[in-house]
Design a protein around this ligand. Structure first.
Ligand code: MEV
Length: 405
């Protein structure tokens, strides 16, 4: 895989057509397929015939600007991250923060194996308290039934790995059986739903009761990604700003109302990249917020602590993302995946976690420094200049001017 540098100095100052030409020529052009190059040169988008095949009752396509987050280095490798988002500051904010993180060596991170979880609900299970032991005794049959439903994934090395039962309400015999499935480089929702439906009759034979829902959980606890970074205080603008970022993080740790906004800033980056990369961003959102509340209290997904020389940030969240199947087949998503230059769904998850951490750093740096409104008003003026209304548009307020040096 050809991997161009993500540090493209002055990129934002060039005219759009020149940016596309630069992008296509990077690393001798070897990082992009002919189809992706053509897609970029045509200005992106989705033709109506493809759109009509992708959804129902199609009458048009809705467009978003796609920008590139620059400067991202993760585990020593560079990634150009496409972001599709209407909010003008998101791409610049992530790029600027990634540039600061790069000064401290870039992001480091890892992701769990791509294991998703199917849930099978059973009601009226007799002797529910004994259900976990009965399921354990017959787990091999459950896994075999699940694997039979996804033979191609099994042939590629994935498949059902573990099955267990949890009693949710012994009085009414409500039991959930969970089947953990390695889905390889797919997001995996369809695979896991197939497993849930195929395994349910076997589960019922083992436990009795009535079959209820058979569906994946979007809280993919076993498929989490982590990233961390260190940024020197000098790069942030001094010790006062470094302290301010840590105090902002503490505020989010102690207050759910602040944590919601803090996490919105994290998801600004992750969602925008997920949309460009053809991922199921609703699933990512559902998983992220369920994880944020995992301890029983809603908490920040990313936190910051002081080091001797600056700050250290860390993020962890479930990230069910794929590099094959689903929305990744769309031409724009293929181009975005090629630019991102990831070898696997796991690597993509670490990149997305890093983008979330970068977006969070940009927001906290602005909030702890000049405040969010100054950059916001600059963008607001730009919108008015463009003839747009722009009123009450707090969504623009990541406090960053348009440039990505
Ligand atoms: C705005 O899109 C995102 C912020 O509100 C995030 C935050 O407050 O941390 C700036």
């Amino acid at each position: 895989m050809t991997r161009p540098s993500s540090r493209l100095a002055g990129f934002y100052q060039r005219p759009l057509a020149e940016r596309v030409a630069t992008l296509c020529d990077l690393a001798g052009g070897a990082h992009l397929s002919e189809a992706s190059r053509t897609w970029l040169q045509r200005g992106g988008g989705l033709d109506l015939a493809t759109a009509d095949r992708m959804s129902e009752n199609v009458v048009a396509t809705a467009a978003l600007p796609m920008g590139l987050a620059l400067n991202l280095r993760v585990n020593g490798r560079d990634h150009l991250v496409a972001m599709a988002v209407e909010e003008p500051s998101v791409v610049a904010a992530a790029s600027n923060a990634a540039r600061l993180v790069r000064l401290g060596g870039g992001f480091v991170g890892d992701a769990d194996p791509p294991v998703m979880t199917a849930q099978i609900q059973l009601d009226d299970v007799p002797d529910a308290d004994a259900a976990p032991a009965r399921l354990a005794a017959g787990a091999a049959r459950v896994l075999a039934a699940g694997d039979a439903a996804i033979p191609r994934m099994v042939a590629r090395g994935g498949g059902c790995r573990e099955a267990c039962a949890r009693v949710l309400d012994a009085a009414t015999g409500l039991v959930v059986v969970e089947v953990h499935v390695d889905v390889g480089d797919a997001m995996g929702a369809n695979l896991v739903d197939s497993v849930a439906e195929a395994a349910a009759p076997v589960v019922q034979e083992l436990l009795g009761g009535r079959i209820g829902l058979r569906i994946l959980t979007n809280l993919s606890r076993r498929r989490r990604a982590r990233a961390s970074c260190e940024v020197p205080a000098d790069a942030l603008g001094g010790d006062a700003l470094a302290d301010g970022i840590v105090r902002a993080s503490r505020f989010a740790e102690l207050d759910a109302a602040r944590a919601a906004t803090h996490n919105k800033g994290v998801m600004n980056g992750i969602d925008a990249a997920a949309v460009a990369l053809g991922q199921d961003w609703r699933a990512i959102e559902a998983g992220a917020h369920a994880w944020a509340a995992e301890t029983g209290r809603y908490r920040p997904l990313a936190t910051w602590t002081r080091t001797a020389t600056g700050v250290r940030g860390a993020i962890e969240l479930p990230l069910a993302v794929g590099t094959v199947g689903g929305g990744t087949r769309a031409p724009g998503a293929r181009a975005a995946l090629e630019l991102c230059a990831v070898a696997s769904a796991r690597e993509l998850a670490v990149v997305l976690a890093s983008v979330g951490l970068a977006s969070n750093l940009a927001a906290l740096k602005a909030l702890a420094g000049e405040g969010i409104q100054r950059g916001h008003m600059r963008l607001h003026r730009r919108r008015l200049d463009d003839g747009a209304d722009g009123a009450d548009d707090h969504a623009d307020a990541t406090g960053h001017p348009g440039g990505t040096p």
